[in-house]
Design a protein around this ligand. Structure first.
Ligand SMILES: Nc1ncnc2c1ncn2[C@@H]1O[C@H](COP(=O)(O)OP(=O)(O)OP(=O)(O)O)[C@@H](O)[C@H]1O
Length: 362
């Protein structure tokens, strides 16, 4: 069943669209990440779902119920959504138990029922025994878990998370990703998670909606998004991707195409709407390129030691000014000439094919 249906949602601030004609269906129990660079409109979209912002155009439904649009605006407190912010937003003067139980008390729940729900919620985030502490006596990760327990205790239909890990250090983030995943698996809640961190989105979400300038560029599961970007924006944004010019030489069956790239030929994967001959655009990830025999000639321009391997930036002889990443365990000096083999690549759909598929999806 569809939990949240967003149809042509637009939000303008002073005539400028922060969210621009966005359509997205989120299934019940799904974990969807809104991913994109700063200012792309992901927080505004989340606030529209929560009801903190009113729509300029379009509609939002929870299940069958219209909550925004068509002259209707259901206020946040009537939407049964819980929100987790990066700032935790805990009451400093209340204990952990009081923070978690606050909304239940407002709802008029009895003491025993409240204590039971608070206890369950704290157990779910592995904070049993912390009931009497105050937020100042907790670590950042523990505070974020209290915020999570607070929303769990409310039995919300939908949980909205706005960069909840942004204030935590790298180690704590990894642990919290695990907490969020377990939380989602245990509760089966529908979750919408805003982040600009693609690793975070990849690690947790069932599907990721990549946003740019108020629009959704692509919605897909993490593996598809990584391997089969729908266009240049996603190809570049996800996984240190690069996009280069190539010539399509023909289909090779099995969803593959032969292409000519910087003076050598390669067999790569091709999108359905990719051109089968002539000029095309090829998306490459660092692991799709390797140093070896054959391939095209290039000069090493930069080397960054990464421990197990070194990340090189190479400039193909036939494409001056183009810099591509390639990793290798070999030690190569800057300025050396190398041969680079294309192991994997993805011929992007032509711009016309992308426009057509977006129109069909809408
Ligand atoms: N209340 C507001 N009034 C005017 N402009 C706004 C308002 N809220 C957001 N914007 C603008 O809308 C655009 C999208 O902002 P939004 O906060 O949704 O982006 P974001 O992708 O969440 O960015 P970040 O990751 O930096 O939080 C930005 O250009 C922002 O300046």
């Amino acid at each position: 069943m569809t939990a949240i249906s967003i149809a042509g949602a637009t939000k303008r601030f002073d005539g400028t669209a922060a969210v621009d004609d966005v359509s997205l269906e989120i299934a019940e129990g799904e974990f969807v990440a809104l991913l994109g660079p700063s200012g792309c409109g992901k927080t505004t979209l989340l606030r529209l779902i929560a009801g903190f912002e009113t729509l300029s155009a379009g509609a939002i439904r929870f299940g069958e119920q219209l909550v925004a649009g068509e002259g209707m605006h259901v206020p946040p407190e009537k939407r049964n959504v819980a929100i987790v912010f990066q700032s935790y937003a805990l009451w400093p003067h209340m204990t952990v138990a009081e923070n978690v139980g606050y909304a239940l008390r407002v709802r008029g729940l009895g003491k025993a029922e409240m204590a039971r729900k608070v206890g369950e919620a704290l157990a779910a985030v592995e904070l049993s025994g912390f009931e009497a502490r105050r937020p100042a006596e907790l670590s950042g990760g523990q505070r974020q878990r209290v915020a999570l327990a607070r929303c769990l205790a409310m039995d919300p239909d939908v949980i909205l998370l706005d960069e909840p890990l942004a204030n935590l250090d790298v180690h704590l983030r990894a642990a919290m990703e695990e907490t969020f995943r377990a939380f989602h698996a245990r509760t089966g809640a529908t979750m919408v998670y805003v982040t600009h961190d693609q690793a975070e989105a990849m690690a947790m979400a069932d599907r990721i909606a990549v946003m740019e300038k108020g629009r959704i560029l692509q919605v897909a599961d993490p593996a598809t998004l990584y391997a089969e970007p729908a266009g240049e924006g996603v190809a570049r944004f996800v996984g240190n991707g690069h996009v280069v010019d190539c010539m399509a030489l023909g289909r090779a069956g099995d969803g593959r195409s032969r292409v000519s790239l910087h003076g050598s030929e390669a067999l790569v994967r091709a999108a359905g709407g990719a051109p089968s001959s002539g000029a095309a655009r090829l998306a490459l990830k660092p692991e799709g390129l390797a140093l070896g025999d054959g391939g095209f000639a290039a000069k090493v321009r930069k080397a960054v030691f990464k421990g197990a391997h070194t990340l090189y930036e190479i400039e193909p002889d036939m494409a001056p000014g183009v810099l591509l990443p390639v990793t290798s365990a070999e030690r190569i000096a800057i300025g050396d000439i190398v041969r680079v083999v294309v192991r994997d690549g993805w011929v992007l759909p032509s711009a016309a094919a992308t426009t057509k598929s977006l129109a069909e999806a809408a």
